[in-house]
Write a protein that binds this ligand. Structure first.
Ligand code: ADP
Ligand code: MG
Length: 356
């Protein structure tokens, strides 16, 4: 296994457009499961393709272990990539698909047979080895694609949204399988997804990308509890963090107040006046009787989910979501008091950068 180091990696496809990747620096530790998370078009696939050697970066360096590989061809990098759309050879059996990479590398037949069998056992594919891809379900095809990567025992695995074409149940099952594989293989994995639940549940660390730039790198807890900016705050969590535009006043020693919509929220931030963004996660919003909280809000929509209820509110026109335990007796149009948990407030400047 090996670490992966990106140093100010930049990729520009089109001189006039914004770069797909902008000075991305990242250290993936030896044996780490690192998730690259971000919305469609933020540069995730481009980053993986650069690491795999399928794209030549415009600037910057890539190291695998101690070795600089920026301009080496894919075959000399010892990485395996698994794609969203399986990319199996349709005219080859599952067995031949898994064996293919070893055959082109000239591995001896008995060795290939042994490794294919071992991989098939690990992925529960033994019964399916003689089927063609067309005779396999989506989940089975993706396991064959995984098998094709694993059988080579590469230094680094690159996964590009491998579960996004699968239904929800299968996705959860394969998520657990992938984590198990990571444990038993001790592999270095760079895993790309747009799904923040996958990122939170699978990543040892998450790198959040937006418009080709790294916004935050941290453990799931760090990224959730202390997002670096408004983008990360909103992107992580389901629903994401509430971010309300407001106005800070009276912030001397010991803090002041942020007014947003109908709410006046005491904050600990000192010496700051003017426009500010107040962030609070839905689970840190509680409701009380009208006029008994930090301000009143109108109930707009209620989503009862069983174990919890999401209450969508309007605080003087500003949308605010509360996540309340269990089922609640509320109706659209009700007026309620709102309290925000003061220990869990986030403050961002108008550019979206974290203040506190
Ligand atoms: N071969 C290409 N030619 C031109 N533009 C590209 C090419 N590949 C990707 N891009 C652009 O680079 C940006 C990042 O794309 P991509 O890495 O595929 O994003 P993601 O995988 O996060 O959805 C997008 O704006 C995309 O349109
Ligand atoms: Mg992509």
């Amino acid at each position: 296994m090996a670490s992966v180091t990106l140093r100010r990696l930049t990729k520009t496809f089109d001189a006039v457009a914004k770069p797909a990747l902008h000075e991305l620096s990242l250290d993936v530790r030896d044996g780490e499961f690192l998730v690259l998370l971000g919305p469609s078009g933020c540069g995730k696939t481009t980053a993986l393709r650069c690491i795999a050697g399928l794209e030549v970066p415009t600037a910057g360096e890539i190291l695998i272990g101690e070795r600089e590989v920026t301009h080496l061809p894919p075959a000399d990098r010892d990485v395996a990539m698994v794609f969203q759309n399986y990319a199996l050879y349709p005219h080859l059996t599952a067995r031949a698909n898994i064996a293919f990479g070893l055959e082109v590398r000239g591995v001896a037949a008995p060795e290939i047979a042994r490794r294919v069998r071992e991989t098939a056992e690990r992925l529960d594919l033994v019964e399916l080895l003689d089927r063609m891809p067309g005779q396999l379900s989506g989940g089975q095809r993706q396991r064959v694609a995984l098998g094709r990567a694993i059988v080579r025992a590469p230094l680094v695995f690159l996964f590009d949204e491998p579960l996004s074409n699968l239904d929800a149940t299968l996705r959860t099952a394969l998520r657990a399988e992938l984590l198990g594989l990571h444990r038993t293989l001790g592999a270095t994995i760079v895993y790309v997804t747009q799904d923040q639940v996958e990122a939170m549940t699978m990543g040892q660390r998450i790198a959040v990308l937006h418009e080709g730039r790294l916004r935050q790198l941290g453990t799931p807890a760090q990224v959730y509890q202390r997002p670096a900016d408004v983008f990360v705050a909103r992107f992580i969590g389901s629903p994401g963090m509430n971010v309300l535009p407001g106005h800070g006043r009276g912030m001397g020693e010991g803090g002041g107040v942020v007014d947003c919509g109908t709410l006046s929220v005491p904050v600990a931030l000192e010496h700051y006046e003017g426009e500010i963004h107040l962030g609070v996660r839905p689970e840190h919003v509680t409701l009380c009787g009208a006029d008994q909280g930090m301000g009143n809000a109108a109930v707009v929509v209620i989503e009862p989910l069983g174990a919890e209820t999401l209450v969508h509110l309007s605080a003087g026109g500003l949308p605010l979501v509360a996540r309340l335990p269990g089922l609640v007796e509320l109706r659209a149009g009700d007026s309620v008091g709102v309290k925000l948990d003061r220990r869990h407030l986030h403050l961002f400047d108008v550019a979206g950068e974290r203040l506190a």
